[in-house]
Design a protein around this ligand. Structure first.
Ligand code: ACO
Length: 375
């Protein structure tokens, strides 16, 4: 008889506390990074400072900030050989998250510290990954448009450079600010599916790149980071404010999931969604796309009224990115470009207090099978 595990099965590990963490916390509708409220960070900080905070458990001094940003910004460019290899890869009909997963894995082959397990090398690898993920996403867009790779400006922020490298021109300062805020809002989120994937992989003492590639794979799914793209596709399918209520009511009646709603942890609303809703309204109006915000609001009201579900981070980020003219299938890669900093904080935390993740499965398969030769 097979060994059985008699404990209760927690499908989706709901309510299971898998590790201690000091990276970010969710209490009711309050999200903090290292004890700082997300609203304060979004209003006053910038992405680079948040990355320092996530990795060091405190805000930087002015001198530390200077050194940190210099190193981070100087790490944004890609090895020439990698750019050439990436240009030769298929991209038509390839989802950008699949491309990014592969590109990140390839990046490891150009990093001679990728396999090192000392703290200095690991911090250096983390710098490169955080700096280069946005460059990779921007490069994919250039390749898809048949355009050349744009070298980053190492005196400018990651948000500024992402837009600059993608469009090949100086970005609007308002869009840089908006993207920077989005990067802050997406940087970490306690033990979400992708951070947990990163921790599981690093718990075998595998290398940082392997853990980040695992996380990219997890983020890609529509129940996690992939939802932002699905939200935009849904809005485009609905097409007008007039049809929005009926469309959503029908979808809910058919037991379909409305993307960008619901959350395993937040039952009283996602604080990031509240910030993004304001940004979406302002940007959609300014960019002549008010209809997308208006549709979103109708969907929001309808899902709340009919199902009691509130929007999550993915719902209003979709229209924010759309108003900035970012291609829909790049929304989730941008999420990865931000979230990599949080994954890295979790990977460091896992290495520092490691025990391999190895849960049990409760047996529900066949028993007492007897092998016979093929007939
Ligand atoms: N639309 C319609 N119904 C929903 C939705 C939704 N978006 N979310 C949950 N429900 C319903 C489920 O159908 C289920 O109903 P039932 O009890 O009648 O069967 C109930 O609410 C509980 O939902 P679960 O899927 O069991 O909740 P879980 O905690 O496992 O999943 C998740 C959370 C994945 C976020 C879920 O709400 C969902 O699929 N949302 C849509 C996808 C999405 O927006 N994902 C992004 C999440 S944020 C992030 O990862 C970045």
């Amino acid at each position: 008889m097979a060994e059985t595990y008699e404990g209760a099965v927690d499908r989706g590990l709901e309510g299971v506390v898998a590790c201690t963490t000091g990276v970010s916390s969710i209490v009711d509708a309050t999200l903090c990074y290292r004890g700082f409220k997300i609203e304060d960070l979004a209003a006053h900080s910038n992405y680079e400072e948040v990355v320092f905070l996530l990795w060091n458990d405190r805000l930087p001094t002015a001198a530390e900030y200077e050194t940190f940003t210099q190193e981070l910004w100087a790490s944004q460019s890609l090895p020439v050989g990698l750019v050439e290899t990436l240009k030769s890869l298929p991209h038509k009909g390839v989802h950008p998250m699949a491309w990014l997963r592969t590109a990140t894995s390839l990046l490891a082959l150009y990093d001679d510290q990728a396999q090192n397990d000392d703290d200095v090398s690991r911090k250096s690898v983390a710098m490169r990954l955080t700096a280069k993920l946005g460059t990779l996403v921007a490069l994919l867009e250039r390749i898809r448009q048949g355009k050349d790779y744009v070298q980053p400006n190492t005196d400018r922020s990651l948000a500024w450079n992402f837009l600059y490298m993608m469009i090949g021109a100086e970005p609007q300062s308002e869009f840089v600010k908006v993207l920077d805020t989005c990067l802050i809002l997406h940087a970490d989120h306690e033990l979400n599916c992708s951070a947990f994937s990163a921790r599981v992989t690093s718990s075998s003492l595998s290398d940082i790149y392997s853990a980040v590639v695992s996380a990219i794979g997890a983020l890609k799914g529509p129940l996690h980071g992939g939802a932002n793209e699905q939200v935009m596709l849904m809005l485009q399918k609905i097409g007008s404010v007039d049809g929005a209520k009926e469309w959503v009511t029908k979808a809910l009646a058919n037991k379909e999931k409305v993307m960008g709603f619901g959350h395993r942890v937040y039952k009283n609303g996602d604080p990031r969604a509240k910030i993004l809703r304001g940004m979406s309204q302002e940007l959609c109006e300014k960019s002549g796309k008010a209809e997308f915000y208006d549709m979103s609001k109708v969907i929001d009201d309808t899902v709340q009224a009919e199902k009691g579900l509130l929007p999550n981070v993915d719902f209003y980020s979709a229209t924010v990115y759309n108003a900035m003219g970012i291609p829909t299938d790049l929304y989730t890669p941008i999420f990865a470009f931000s979230r990599v900093s949080g994954w890295l904080a979790h990977i460091f935390e896992q290495y520092a207090n490691n025990r391999i993740y190895r849960p049990r499965g409760k047996w529900n398969g066949k028993e007492n099978q007897v092998w016979k030769p093929r007939s």
